[in-house]
Unconditional design. Sequence first.
Length: 701
Amino acid sequence: MLLSLSRATTVYRTHTARFMPSVYRAYTTETDSQNLIEKIVQKYALDLPEGYQVKSGDYVTIRPHHVLTHDNTGAVIPKFKSIGATKIHDPKQPVYALDHDVQNKTDKNLMKYANIEAWGKEQGVDFYPAGRGIGHQVMIEEGYAFPNTLTVASDSHSNMYGGIGALGTPIVRTDAAAIWATGRTWWQIPPVVKVQLEGKLPTGVTGKDVIITLCGLFNKDQVLNTAIEFHGKEALKGLSVEDRLAIANMTTEWGALAGVFPVDEATIDFLRKRQRRIDFTRFENKNLVQPTKGENFVHPRINDQTIQALIDHPLRASPHATYAKTLTLDLSTLSPHVSGPNSVKVATPLAELQSQAIPINKAYLVSCVNSRASDLKQAAQVLKGQKIKEGVEFYVAAASSEVQKEAQEAGDWDILVKAGAKVLPAGCGPCVGLGTGLLKDGEIGISATNRNFKGRMGSPSALAYLASPAVVAASALSGIISGPVSTLAEDVKPAFSIETSTPKVSSEATAAAAAEVLPNFPSIIKGEILFCPADNLNTDGIYPGKYTYNDDMTRDDMKKVVMENYDPNFVNLVQGGDVLVGGYNFGTGSSREQAATAIKSRDIQIMVAGSYSDIFKRNSVNNALLLIESPELVNDLKSEVGTQDLTKRTGWKVEIHVAEGKVVVRKENGQEKLYKVGALGKSVQEIWLANGLEGWVKERL
């Protein structure tokens, strides 16, 4: 297996070297020009030539520090077995944490959870049962996501690890199986964006307001499929690690693959505090190493030695580092903001929404983004001695059992309960559309979660807003979207700027290679264009969350529900052999691979879009759904076919010459147009011929 993935390295690295020889030479001669993202990747990249410094654009083989799977562990196990693997390569690399469907007490789900636990015990993998908390929070609390490491998860909110200075990025289930079997996977280092923070946050403005504002200000895909580094030494002093975790978490919704803060004094203080709270009596699970009687417990990851190493060996971006873009935001000009409804790209000052007196039915203080102890304290300060508005349901779940314990010790938990909060177990729940308290038809909810896509938290006809914990609590108290205090005048506008850098790449570096089509790979793919014009079509729209953790869904089942939340009529219009064309940032949102496999279930073998979410692209390649990008074709369709219909049969016939990088379209009136696109290279063809990465790896065992 190691040999087979080394071959994968050769495929990707050959591709890079062939197209960017001059850049390769520049990288190897520069002594230190790496940004922080590149420096972290450098530590975990395998099989590099001596002296080679990785840069954005490189395909690299990586051995992640850790890999998290949650409820989807149940789906990764059969993938792992199907490729012929029997033993996990490094049992201390994976982490299992059950967190998504924890309210589901059916025999079927309990058996699924029991099977995952038994598998973890058999393989010697660290396992955290339902109720321990959301996996991402556990990864922080238990030090798996540690500063200056590269840790991945089969979940899109692994970006959150950047709040503590780790490079967290999502992978998909097939990647997880490959990591279990080999310890490694592939990653293309994305363009890196520098976000320069200035000033100091006003009183009452939180990290959640920062990221909501950023999503609203830069809402034209400026950071799509990039990795983000946050800079600004003085400004960062005013951002707690909890604020940073919230910001990093929602860089996912902003469109980025990672959002990383530097390790500084606040990071070290956070780790020291966590170290003091750790008590070895919490380690009740048999899979975790326990000290012998009378022995002093030393946590295996958060301890004096690991923390001191961060101080002694700091990792920082080079002063000569290059970035694709630099965004600047003055924190002192921010006010509380609310996201929505039903979009993270719409951010409105709280003062403006409060004047509209928008009534709410439900409020939520749950999820991995804003349900830590400091968040619960903010809500408790608003609700102390008061009662939730009659007719409003207020749901609260701690991010973990450790968080709940801390909130109970501080008295904050009791305040929330006395105010009328409905307590849910530590876990995901309503944030992902599972369990108690989902939004019903026509209802309005305000939530301290990270996603408000249509249908995400319940009915597609409901409206969902996102806000900070204090605003959510105040809204639950008043029955309308409102805040606890007014911090800034309504006409104050955030001060921001954007600067785009143009990398200097020679013509030699961008020269295209000769077209190559592997045996049995179709050189031309034909079909009629089926147009779904929506931009930012998210994975909840493509494959609803309520089906995601039903592992019994067959291909025929998927055929019936694909695009259900986006357009229920899609299944009546789509035909086998269609070429599906979407808008921009297609497949944004969660990391569920069923978004790709559900489209493929309709006998669609290739898609075209203006651009894709990187996680959807990864899922598609790994599951043999071919992807082409053509902004020009999408713009022509929007102009000539229109965007009134969610799904439209166009009558346009298309021929895609996959290796030559061209698309020929014949319209109903007989007109023909040629579009130049990126060619599908040899590595993608190989994976497609093997019917996906799983088959590709299996062939090389």
